[in-house]
Write a protein that binds this ligand. Structure first.
Ligand code: URA
Length: 364
């Protein structure tokens, strides 16, 4: 997948882009640097082609030369004002898709004033720019490379296949954890489990998954079967996974509470505290590169556990963000998503959830 997208205006900055590219290929794979969209075939929707190309990148570099802002076409119209200007369309797509955008100033250019830009790219000027000067080009470009590195996912998109021994060891460790959970007679939810002949729900899926999904608490269907997310919310989760060509067996699915609470209600602090060591251990066993929080409770738990600066943020602001974090076993991402149950109550949220799910493609 192309990871670094270079957006530029040929007549404005082609020479600079060549120099930047020469430096980037020393640090990133050439296949990961994407400077020109492949030719658009007759009949293709070029907007869709641009959106698709931008969707594939992690970092979007917008190269701004001294004429970026003012360049006109043969009829005297400013290029940026044309609705089909590719530079504008690409930046608009990157903003719409919430990409990490780094404006790169070359040839003594300065950031344009927001009022002078079309509406769909105005927000672009709020992005922190990196300036590449002629005199200190090599030094400045290192700064750019550092900024790109910070923005790229810390883990490789695809977790390398582990050897059979590791897989078997993880499977056995999860089995032992399940036994501990079955024996958790001091849990605040144990009495309810026994009274209703419910099963505890540790979770299910691939013991070596790169993606671990954490929901809130098992519902009635889950407690009756011991399988997480197998009721209506589970149907939504399956549908979302299918949009990124994943099946349950490719990931691991669990919850913050591993027993069903007596009524349909939010988890209590005591319940959350009781099950946290189980969830922590589960993560330590699987060692995923990505922790996907389904809903605000799982998000709050993970952001606090990892002591991340976003921990006071709301899910309405943080959903779909790829938040970097460190675990003792390596760098990871936390991705907060709305809980699949929101789709059951609000159909409009389905599009939001589906769009956020697409971000997970980077990790599969
Ligand atoms: N909601 C959850 O959070 N978890 C489940 O397992 C089912 C519904």
């Amino acid at each position: 997948m192309s990871r670094i997208f270079i957006n530029y205006r040929r007549a404005d900055s082609e020479g600079h882009v060549g120099r930047i590219y020469d430096h980037l290929v020393q640090h990133f794979h050439a296949d990961d640097i994407f400077a020109d969209i492949e030719s658009i075939k007759p009949g293709q929707d070029f907007l869709a082609v641009i959106e698709h190309a931008v969707a594939g990148c992690d970092v979007f570099l917008a190269i701004i030369g001294s004429q970026w802002h003012s360049m006109h076409d043969e009829q005297g119209r400013r290029r940026l004002d044309l609705w089909d200007d590719p530079v504008r369309l690409e930046i608009a797509a990157a903003l719409k898709q919430d990409k990490i955008i780094i404006p790169v100033l070359v040839g003594k250019a300065t950031m344009p004033h927001p009022e002078t830009l079309p509406d769909d790219i105005r927000a672009f000027v709020r992005r922190q720019a990196v300036e590449l000067t002629h005199q200190r080009f090599a030094f400045d470009v290192q700064k750019l490379i550092g900024a790109i590195r910070d923005a790229m996912p810390a883990q490789p998109s695809v977790k390398p296949r582990t050897d059979a021994d590791t897989f078997i060891r993880k499977e056995a460790a999860l089995k032992a954890l399940r036994t501990r959970l079955i024996d958790a007679t001091d849990s605040p939810l144990y009495a309810n489990r026994v009274k209703n002949r419910y099963f505890p729900v540790l979770g299910s899926g691939n013991p070596d998954a790169n993606l671990v999904f954490i929901g809130e608490s098992p519902g009635k269907t889950e407690a009756e079967t011991g399988v997480p997310f197998c009721g209506p919310s589970g149907a939504v989760l399956d549908e979302m996974l299918a949009t990124i060509q994943l099946r349950r067996d490719d990931v691991f699915i669990t919850n913050l509470l591993l027993d069903k609470p007596p009524e349909k209600r939010e988890p209590t602090p005591a319940e959350l505290m009781y099950y946290a060591p189980f969830v922590d251990q589960l993560i330590d066993i699987i060692q995923p590169g990505v922790l996907v929080a389904l809903g605000r409770f799982a998000m709050a738990y993970l952001l606090r556990k990892l002591d991340l600066p976003e921990q006071r943020g709301k899910i309405s602001d943080l959903h779909g963000k790829l938040i970097k974090a460190k675990m003792p076993y390596g760098d990871i991402h936390v991705v907060p998503l709305y809980h699949p149950a929101v789709v059951l109550y609000s159909a409009t949220q389905k599009d939001v959830l589906m769009k956020d799910f697409q971000k997970l493609r980077l990790f599969i």
